[in-house]
Design a protein around this ligand. Structure first.
Ligand SMILES: [Zn+2]
Length: 704
């Protein structure tokens, strides 16, 4: 036994992450069981516990993390005639967390935003596998809209396996064209140790006592059932009926005011801690479960383990799967008054010897439903998806190519990081050159090597950025829109206070847009721009522009600035660390350096790979992410390096694109990153022209 268990561990993938809403108390054992059987099992939860639940959150499981989540409630109307308040959770950091933790297999609960994100991760990393746990039944999914159905079709068909909790769920999933071999039934289970210890013999007063356990809400169907109970009691005046109700909910008050006949006594117990439920089951004879819709119905497992036959609605998968009429319970459809009355009548007229038999049958029926059984079914699915090598080739073949290419590490080609000297690996080929990535932990810089010649660059700039053949010519790489620069200045005002009177140097100022806008806000502006065409245009609008830093220092020797900006410029430089160090010379003590660039860890860059426009742009020589940009600014002598999140709105974006942009900002997958460093040196300490070859390097290399 021990040997085979070890063998299983060896055969299963190293890291498995399960993403779920929250852990209801009954489910904790299955997760715990999986944690014990897998080498590296992690849980990502949207919330510790949903609002309105009386359960206490249990976060004692190892490797559990609560995600950054937006939660909201909404009213949902079900065709079976009830309205309920539901909670939705949008754990918006799912993709970045998965990309960081890199699980081999992701199990994602429910067919919502969480699973959409898990699917994106699956598409980004084709070597991974996605298992979706769809806890649904045909009844629970009635009345779902067409958009949701289409979205589900996409998710279900891209998933590598689907976990359902019963046959009704399997039938529902099969409607989307999912093949049978991808379906794995993982029933809801709980630890029933305390329940199965309860005696099966009941004192006479408890033998026919009805028990309801659940939320006191419309969906649970209590009112229609009470109508039937009332009718039965009025027709059987000599009998007395006892009902205990455990739970809270919005219908609590109206239930307590309900006019029962005198031969019906009802006791509302309110919320009972999960661990105390066995004591309640011990005092009752049968479970009433009249639900109008339940994708499972955990109380059915619990009651049967405690030896209570179930008077239950077939609109619950648990009843459909586990309860057999007249053997361990009585079944009915809750929208049929006759069926419900008949089932209740038969239940309350069951002889004591028959009840005793049914109690034994109930307990025996659910004996196999243990947490380790459920965990074993989950592992079946994990083994299945792990064996599907090279499956799902249809999932974006170009994506696969990109990522495969990325994994190619040519052994014969040695390359060191141009900045830190650490070894680098090849990422992509670009024309006759290569894009490399530094493997240094505190660097990670990506760079083009070999770099294009000055002539090649010159041609590229002329055709891409500053065409001088007339205004009708299309510019493939647009300069930053004015509106975006205005917003950046707004942010600067918030961070730095009044900009009026501050000295700004815009390094790589292009046609001088940022300078012009800053001047309008009272800043004294200077630009540096090596492109002759652009420099002339900037000067045309009255801005002081130099061709290089060297030229600036020569012309105005004592000059220094409060703020130096490199707006989408650093990726164009030949040796950006020289520029940053040189610029520190003309930055006042306490002055700020602001660098913006495109993020190689953005969603678009990850999806497009070498086709990402910032990789393919022939004028780009360096490529940054948060880490490598912050690192370079810090290592070139700036202090207090920090990222500024600019809530930039792009004017041409509609509502959807703005929302996507906000989402990407929140998840660190946005395209534009802005870092700021501070100069804490006094002028004497500033690097001199002796220690750094100021501008000489810049001048010879960054020329159009
Ligand atoms: Zn490096």
């Amino acid at each position: 036994m021990g040997l085979s268990a070890e063998h299983n561990i060896e055969a299963l993938p190293a890291r498995i992450t399960w993403i779920a809403n929250f852990i209801p108390p009954y489910a904790a054992w299955m997760y715990q069981n999986l944690g014990e059987r897998l080498q590296d099992f992690r849980l990502l939860l949207s919330t510790g516990m949903e609002k309105g639940r009386t359960w206490a959150p249990d976060l004692s499981l190892p490797n559990t993390r609560i995600q950054r989540t937006l939660s909201w409630t909404y009213q949902s109307r079900h065709p079976n005639g009830f309205t309920e308040t539901l909670q939705s959770h949008f754990p918006y950091d799912t993709i970045p967390l998965l990309l960081k933790e890199k699980p081999k297999v992701v199990i994602s609960s429910e067919l919502g935003a969480r699973t959409v994100q898990a699917l994106i991760y699956r598409l980004l990393c084709p070597a991974t596998r996605l298992i979706v746990r769809a806890t649904v039944s045909e009844v629970s999914e009635q009345g779902r809209g067409g958009v949701r159905r289409r979205l589900r079709r996409v998710m279900l068909n891209h998933a590598d396996a689907i976990l359902v909790n019963g046959q009704s769920g399997a039938r529902y999933i099969r409607r989307f064209g999912v093949p049978l071999e991808k379906l794995f039934t993982v029933p809801y289970t709980t630890d029933t140790t305390a329940l199965t210890r309860l005696p099966l013999e009941k004192p006479p007063e408890a033998a026919l006592r009805l028990l309801f356990v659940g939320q006191l809400i419309g969906r649970k169907g209590l009112f229609p059932f009470l109508e039937i109970l009332r009718e039965w009691a009025l027709r059987h005046e000599t009998r007395t009926v006892n009902l205990w109700a455990v739970g809270t909910g919005c219908l609590g008050d109206s239930l307590e005011r309900y006019a029962f006949p005198s031969n019906v006594t009802v006791r509302f117990l309110g919320a009972v801690p999960y661990g105390n439920l066995p004591n309640v089951y011990a005092e009752c004879g049968l479970l009433v479960f009249p639900t109008l819709s339940d994708e499972w119905g955990m109380v059915v497992n619990e009651a049967m383990a405690a030896g209570l036959p179930v008077l239950g609605s077939l609109y619950s998968q648990a009843v459909e799967e586990l309860v057999r009429d007249a053997q361990n319970g009585w079944c009915f459809r809750p929208d049929s008054k006759n069926e419900m009355y008949s089932a209740l009548d038969r239940a309350l007229n069951t002889s004591e010897s028959k009840m005793s038999e049914m109690r034994r049958d109930a307990r025996k029926t659910v004996a196999y439903l243990t947490p380790s059984y459920a965990a074993e079914r989950v592992l079946d699915a994990v083994r299945f998806v792990s064996s599907q090598r090279g499956a799902n080739e249809r999932l974006g073949s170009s994506l696969n190519e990109n990522l495969e290419f990325r994994r190619w590490r040519p052994a014969s080609r040695a390359m060191n990081c141009l900045f830190c000297g650490h070894s680098a690996v090849m990422r992509f080929q670009r024309n006759d050159s290569f894009i490399w990535e530094c493997t240094g932990e505190d660097c990670g810089l990506e760079f083009l090597h070999p770099q294009p010649t000055d002539e090649q660059l010159s041609t590229a700039y002329a055709s891409l950025y500053y065409p001088d053949r007339g205004p009708q010519r299309r510019v493939p790489f647009e300069n930053t829109p004015v509106e975006v620069l205005e917003q950046a200045l707004d942010c600067l005002t918030i961070r730095l206070g009044n900009l009026n009177g501050l000295e700004l140097l815009d390094y790589g100022c292009g046609q001088g847009r940022l300078c012009a806008l800053a001047a309008r806000r009272g800043m004294t502006v200077t630009g540096i721009e090596p492109s002759n065409t652009a420099r002339m245009q900037a000067r045309g609008s009255g801005i002081v522009v130099f061709g290089s830093l060297e030229e600036l220092i020569r012309s105005v020797p004592e000059t220094s600035f409060d703020l130096i900006t490199l707006w989408d410029v650093i990726e164009h430089l030949r040796e950006p660390w020289y520029d940053l160090r040189s610029l520190q010379r003309v930055l006042k003590p306490g002055g700020r350096l602001l660098v913006s660039t495109m993020n190689t860890r953005s969603l678009r860059a990850r999806i497009q790979g070498p086709r990402w426009e910032n990789y393919s742009n022939p004028t780009h020589t360096f490529f940054f992410n948060r880490h490598s940009l912050g690192s370079m600014i810090a290592r070139t002598g700036f202090v207090g390096t920090e990222e500024w999140i600019l809530p930039i709105r792009y004017p041409q974006h509609g509502f959807l694109r703005r929302s996507v942009h906000r989402f990407l900002m929140a998840t660190s997958l946005n395209a534009e990153i802005v870092f700021v460093g501070t100069n804490d040196r006094t002028p004497d300490e500033n690097p001199s022209s002796d220690s750094f070859p100021v501008a000489a390097n810049f001048n010879s290399n960054y020329r159009i």
